[in-house]
Ligand binder design. Sequence first.
Ligand code: HSE
Length: 431
Amino acid sequence: MKALHVGLVGMGTVGAGVAKILLEKNSPLLEKLDCIPVLKGIADSNPEAKNKINIPSNVLFTADARELVNHPDIQIIVELIGGLHPAKEIITLALENGKDVVTANKMLLALHGSELFQKARQHGKSISFEASVGGGIPVIAALRDGFIANRIESICGIVNGTTNYILTKMTKEQVTYSDALAEAQKLGYAEKDPTMDVEGIDASHKLAILARIGFGVDFDYNSIYHEGISTVDLSDIWYARELGYTLKLLAIAKKGENTIELRVHPTLLPHEHPLSSVHGVFNAVCITGSAVGDAMLYGRGAGQMPTASAVVADLVDVALGRAGITFAAMKTFSGCSERFPIANALQFKTCYYLRFSVVDKPGVLAKITGILGKYEISIASVIQHKAREAGNVPLVMMTHLAEEGNLQKALVEIQQLDVIKDHTKFLRVEE
Ligand code: HSE
């Protein structure tokens, strides 16, 4: 049995899961392979991390990651500390020292992927990152290997479990955003500071990685449009349901002739769309390819053992020599500096959900639709329930396909009308 020695940097939740799998006596890896990754050392700045699992005496434990990164008997470094620094420096040093790298660090890859991929190629080494998107779902492998024969046309998914949990709770139990968030925090799904998840930043990091692998292009991460769920109102979930739609936070990548649309935002999906039935902390990604057509991958997008499963799959890829071959041969990892143009929000074209707050009197609808018509925006359906008491009423509309630039201009004009009583809410729709 051949072995490749692994240095594990970061003994957090996922790190402990990886160590558990690698140290398992009756590991499935032993049954299936004749070359396996073997845990040689663990680094974590917190000495308490040592007590998370039973670490055998032949596995080095250190507070200093450099001890593993400079260790002559370690061939693979697994980076699981997250964040930009010192993760970037650890990975860079590992590559310079001739070690392959496995990481789950989506933020680092989204922001500095090109530079790190270039560094890996310079040193003839690989970076594997299956665990960076979709936890245990092998979506990177699917895009990189399984769908290689396809021109990828679109990637559309629920890639953040925290926000999907919150939206599911709001939808099914009719609780407000703040109550659903508090519950997610209590259950450990949301961080104390939930910004990265609820503002769509985590999903935009993952989208950057998926689009890069799927479309084989490089682009500026900052050009990705992202909007989170913190301003989602329960009433929009109700009206959407009445219109036949479910509200989800989607990460969407679509390749056009000359530009790519990359956007993360709350989205209305028809109830019968497969992503509408993805509930709780689950993730799912729909991929449309020129040969395969529509495909969907579904599973646990986070959590200790699902994410560890993806990390160990990468380790096996390195141990078997597959990661090195793929990394060297695929243009996707070339770190080429040529950037592909990304569409800005005004160029998006979707159907829209609009919720106006209006005074309930004759002629209001005509005033609003008059302005929408002027900007080529056609109405598909309207809901206005009878006001229970005197005052403002919500007026909800669904439009046909429209250009967002036109919609923005129309909304500015509509907002000036004296019959409009509050900020107008709009949500994008995917059919
Ligand atoms: N915070 C992420 C989520 C999990 O809620 O999906 C790690 O990627």
